[in-house]
Design a protein around this ligand. Structure first.
Ligand code: NAD
Length: 418
């Protein structure tokens, strides 16, 4: 499974659901239905490699729940992608969309491959074949993929093109996170990191932590982590550490984030940055800081390191970065953990805006998008905070309670077919 030492994301996701079901006294029949994904598809993706060989990759797309509308969720390319992980992530997407009030169910997909060792042409051929294998499963009113780990706007453009060519009609609404020229939305690329930034601002206010000068450590310097670091730097936070999969860099006096962002695109490794000490990804997590943003992979904060984490606020940019064991320790220690389904929901929120703009063929200004994003994140944060207060539970439990309850109510209203 992805993330820390073999931990199983699906077991974690099911344990979370079971605990919340008990707390909200979830109808048993609804609970049974929500434990299983509605549809799962496994496909083989034969791909011609540049040296003339054929490789056969395995691809997945899981739609967890279609009660509220079409499903929505990212596509990841990683060597450890598997059905359990994709199922767990699809389930998390269901709760996330419901929590944010979006008219979607949750989905997730991926291809088991190592994109860092593939050429652009190989990636294109694999993406196109994967898309045609899942083509009956996806569509603007069916299931709408988006970028996730190691996929980006270009991958979305290839998916959109493949779908459109097979249908004989240009269909931008089949994916979100597209390039602007193909119907992408302003602000989508930055949306998840921007959402994380809004959440850190709200959490800091709640904890009476002045944002100016607050010490922030960010694990993962990709789409989510680098944008969150840049925007928090612009808010006068002191970004003391960042990392990517090769390792990290630490400077208690604060890192020059604009320089790191510029160099990172060119060179690739943040640990090559000279103005700080090299650290490992594990060391980054337990640094002396006020805010920790795990924005890389799952299973990073565990029973092994949770007691040593010094940040008072954790905003989960990544999906599933904290294991249940780690979570329990953090909660007991009074650390404010803003869970993934809230903290990183800016991506799916602006994906929703992109989808709406595409359906209407009417595109908004960037300031409108950012304003609406701030609003949607703010409302969800306040709802979660309020419920955590009245129910005396941590923010993750409150967020899940809200999400699961909404889906359960919708299922009840629709009833069981046939
Ligand atoms: P990305 O591919 O753009 O970047 C991933 C970053 O993490 C890179 O810097 C990479 O070097 C680093 N990384 C990979 N493995 C690592 C490891 N073991 N330890 C430390 N760093 C590692 O991916 P992204 O889109 O930024 O996604 C990051 C996380 O955020 C994922 O968990 C993803 O599911 C989640 N997420 C992304 C979005 C989105 O809109 N992109 C939305 C919601 C959640």
């Amino acid at each position: 499974m992805s993330g820390g030492a073999g931990h199983n994301m699906l077991e974690d996701a099911l344990a979370q659901l079971d605990a919340v079901a008990e707390r909200i006294k979830l109808d048993l029949d609804v609970h049974k239905r929500l434990r299983q994904p509605q549809r799962s598809l496994i496909v083989s993706v034969p791909t011609l490699m540049d040296d003339g060989r054929l490789d056969v990759f395995t691809g997945y797309r899981v739609q967890h729940d279609l009660t509220m509308g079409p499903t929505k969720g990212g596509i990841r390319y990683r060597p450890d992608v598997n059905l359990e992980e994709v199922t767990a992530l699809a389930m998390l997407m269901t709760w996330k969309c419901a929590l944010m009030g979006l008219p979607y169910g949750g989905a997730k997909g991926g291809v088991c491959c190592d994109p860092t060792r593939m050429s652009r042409l190989e990636l294109e051929r694999m993406t196109r074949r994967y898309t045609s294998e899942i083509i009956l499963f996806i569509g603007p009113d069916r299931d709408i993929p988006a970028p996730d780990l190691y996929t980006n706007e270009q991958v979305m453009a290839w998916m959109m093109d493949t779908y459109s060519m097979q249908r004989g009609i240009t269909t931008p609404g089949v994916v979100t996170g597209k390039p602007l020229l193909l119907g992408g939305s302003l602000g989508r690329r930055e949306a998840t990191g921007r959402g994380v930034c809004y959440i850190v601002r709200a959490a800091a206010k709640e904890r009476d932590l002045p944002l100016a000068g607050a010490r922030v450590a960010v694990q993962g310097f990709g789409n989510v982590g680098s944008v969150a670091a840049r925007l928090l730097h612009e808010e006068d936070c002191r970004i003391v550490a960042v990392s990517d999969r090769h390792g990290g860099v630490y400077n208690p006096g604060g890192l020059d984030i604009p320089k790191l962002v510029a160099d990172h695109t060119a060179e690739g490794h943040v640990s090559q940055y000279r103005d700080g000490d090299r650290i490992t990804n594990q060391e980054l997590l337990t640094l002396d800081c006020d805010v920790l943003i795990p924005a890389a992979t799952a299973g990073q904060i565990t029973e092994q390191n949770a007691a040593r984490i010094r940040a008072g606020i954790i905003a989960e940019g990544a999906n599933g970065p904290t294991t249940p064991g780690g979570d329990q320790i953090l909660t007991e220690r009074g650390v404010m953990v803003v869970p993934d389904i809230l903290a990183n929901a800016g991506g799916v929120a602006v994906s929703y805006f992109e989808w709406v703009q595409g359906l209407q063929q009417y595109f908004w200004h960037e300031y409108e998008i950012n304003e609406r994003l701030a609003q949607i994140m703010g409302v969800a944060f306040q709802q979660v905070l309020a419920l955590s207060g009245t129910e005396r539970v941590d923010l993750r439990t409150a967020a899940l309670m809200l999400g699961v309850r909404r889906v359960a109510e919708a299922q009840k209203l629709r009833g069981l077919y046939p």
